[in-house]
Design a protein around this ligand. Sequence first.
Ligand SMILES: [Cu+2]
Length: 319
Amino acid sequence: MKTGLRITAFAAALAATFGTAYGVGSGVGEISPEPKSAAHGEHADAARPEKSGGLEQGHEQGETAAPPGGLQISDGGYTLDVKTVRLQAGKRADLRFAIVRNTTGRQLTRYDREHDKELHLIVASRDLTEYRHLHPTRAADGTWSTPVDLPKAGGYRVFADFKPKGGEALTLGADLAVAGAYEPKELPAHNTTAEADGYEVRLGGDLTPGTPGELTFTVTRNGKPVRDLQPYLGAYGHLVALRSGDLAYLHVHPNGEPGDGKTRPGPGVAFTATAPSPGAYRLFLDFKHQGKVHTAAFTVPAQGAPGTAASATESEHSH
Ligand SMILES: [Cu+2]
């Protein structure tokens, strides 16, 4: 997708809505913070004419700045109720939770599927050295559960990424404690190549605060490009970016999809990403090859201090 020129043209306008999501072109594969409600509370289900297309099309320009997803346990009229708030390090156990509608106190049972699933669950350690992307099963009463085994003790964050039926996509986040001897780790150093189960993944491109940029992951094995990646969740890769320091959640998807006539099954998988702020981000790429899903992790700095770029200075005046 050659959206670069359009993106450049929009740069000044985008800067004014620093931290919000942007709609560009068809919207396929764009990356931005999770769509958020401009207004919070009871009207989460009310149709918003400017937000009709779900996760991908839900990113529109011209909205007021909203925080990235995952920072709140309750948003858009829904609350993440984690029923298992404590686990034991190294012990496999069920993680149970539900999405509760604030107005009724009832557990949500009707969802719109996104990327093949009603709900995506991400579990990450606060130090960003542990990551799980899970697809729990839902009981008829709306209680979700999935087995999880977290080898390291410490503070974790649980993210539920879902779309209530007819509503707006949301990512809610809640804390999870894993008991055991806790050894906080430093954020892994900036890297542009990562090893994952014998695969090497190379990252090209940059994260620039407030500006969409293309990130390309190239998958090789034994020095040979992998050209037969398999679709996973409707794409050739699934990328989650978490901001170091507060674990703000950016759910991102590739440019193009399998079967669109132009997207190849590797070795490159491209995304368009917008960092909501300067800082360090941890990127987790899931890809599927020969029937197995692998995860490659990267630490990526988003460069540029606030106020140094002309565009960032402009945003000061827009308040
Ligand atoms: Cu998922």
